[in-house]
Write a protein that binds this ligand. Sequence first.
Ligand code: BGC
Length: 758
Amino acid sequence: MISLTRRHFVLGTSSLALLALAQRANPASSLGARAEAHIEALIAKMTLQEKAGQLSIFSDMTRLVPKTQINPEAGPPVDTNLAQRVREGRLIGVFNGLGAAGARAIQKIAVEESRLKIPLIFGADVLHGLYTIFPIPLGEAASFDPQLAERTARAAAIESTANGLHWTFAPMVDIGRDQRWGRVAEGSGEDPYLGTALAVARVRGFQGKNLTDEDSMLACPKHFVAYGAASGGMDYNSVEMSEQTLHEVYLAPFKAAFEAGALSTMSSFNDVNGVPMSANRKLMTELLREEWRFRGMVVSDYTADKELIAHGVANDDREATKLAILAGVDISMQSDLYNLYLPELVKSGDLAMAVVDESVRRVLRTKYVLGLFDNPYRSLNPKVEKRNTMTPQLRAIARESARASIVLMKNEGELLPLRKSGQKIALIGPFGPDTLNLAGPWAPFANFNHVVSVEQGLRAALTDPSLLTVTQGSLIEKPLEGGIDAAVAAASAADVVVLAIGEGQNMSGEGNSRTRIDVPAPQQQLAEAVAKVGKPIVVLLRNGRALALEGAVREAQAIVTTWFLGTETGSAIADVLFGDYSPSGRLPVSFPQDSGQQPYFYNRRTTGRPQGDQGPAYKARYREVSNEALYSFGHGLTYSRFDYEPPIVSTDSLGWNEVLTVTAKITNIGEREAEEVAQLYIRDRTASLTRPIRELKGFRKVRIAPGTSAEVQFTLTRTDLAFYNAAMKFVAEPGEFDVWISPSATTGVSTRFELKGA
Ligand code: BGC
């Protein structure tokens, strides 16, 4: 019940934003007078067509590696005519073309042959590596290790800048609460706190110390905004949501990423409450620019400006152009609309020149911040390319990050780790020998010639590799003739089965939403047949999302989630399966009981009839399954066991301006040293609005030796307890809170404290 006499204390959003602004190192705000003067002089000289050119980007079909279409065919083909376009100043730069020498040649045309000699910027979709592939961002989120994410982003930037890139369309910071949505794979999962920590880490990693450094890459947190909340989990679908959820969940990682210095963002494909994002002035200008003081540039997603017509908010290309630029989209991606319509819109008086100039200014400033005016050939050195591509250092980080991303969900009877000798292992399933489904759905440049398959990884680790048999058993989405018989024979001859099953990399990612988030039927049939043999089974899941596990897969003695781990997949899996590395990953997404529970996430709001102990009647749950997760957010086992003592709070009555300390003792009661991820959760017991049943507010990875304990400590202030109230004020409300330090979102013992009013 909401108490009417209760006092609400407001932490003004604007004052918080201002504070953050003061703290932020925003390079665009510190451009010198010389740069500003040069930019203004250029703008004064530019023709309308040249201005439109600086606001248009195209996929580089001349240097696309591999030569496959990454996006749908659209816009003008920028291939044979690229040099001419550059000469005429009709583009800001290109994206998804690779190679330092080629980029250098195009840059030479820009700075020597174009009228105003404005350097080009080279962009690409580098989400988790260029050629050397690190785990998909969702997998890496399972490491609960922002420092690691920062290092993989740094490594990706080093390899990418060596290959002639300045700008990555990453990190993808969309929160993914619905596992049917295929792009969950590209983000950090369902939780805004974890997502925010990783967003910041990746921005720092990509951008490095200084954006002018030749190995620094401009980051582009995307897709602004709420793209992950597509209705029904269907990609590109409409989004309807409360302002509160929009700010608390979906905008939070963006805000933090911009505060960390990210100087670009991408307008998403979806609408939010009826307004397509590429026409959404309220969010892209009023919030982003005016309230948050973002100084960078906004690029539309691929043809998203033109799609305003299909959305039904623009009649034609001309109107779509006008809506997009007025909303705050500075750069049109691929559609060519800005080149085609901006000049005429200004000439006819339908659009103020000042609007176009402001976007051009943002673009030129960003090019300055990247050092392109002073050194147009930065990051375009073939010698550095050779030196920094697919290096042993990159591979070492790929292996380290891959094994830290693996989540041991179940390990009955301590089936794992396996022995390296004296045990016959049958590796069964389409992903045993596979080398084509290791990178994940958005790693278009992955070098598949240098990947380690599961089979290769296990073989290399075994003392006697002849103890390993490998049987495909099934294709990914189709049965394989004779496959099941061969698999049953292999299982019968073995001591233990490793069942490598799951999703192919084209089953998640853009445009690949699923109605059922299960293991494809032919592989499920394979699992059922193999289980009948009766040997212990380790399920090795390959997945771009949380899956709903059924039958023999769910019942297996051990279940390991491996996502798409990238270049070093097999080595990392061997490290974990044979115990050279004790698994330390935790789930960044909840594994539900059943596909039909989606969207399913741990931090859902309380209902009036929560599922309790009194049976299912008239409770918030489905008829068929319990509303508990099968494996909840934060869950993950190690090769040891940990005991948590209830958390101790420094005071049970927290003053308005005080800091609360929450401490818990964690003891390793197993036999091995291992890393535990202690997670801090809170619950606001009574508030003016319904609040989540638990919310993550901190986490810490600690390595603890067997028989010893560690004390983990977190602090909370009233800001950590605040939320957006009905009037959209960011407030902390006095009252009682539960607090946990626990190994997952659904376990542990809570302690209570009260926040006192001012
Ligand atoms: C995707 C973006 C990507 C862009 C350019 C779009 O289809 O939604 O994430 O950056 O293509 O490749």
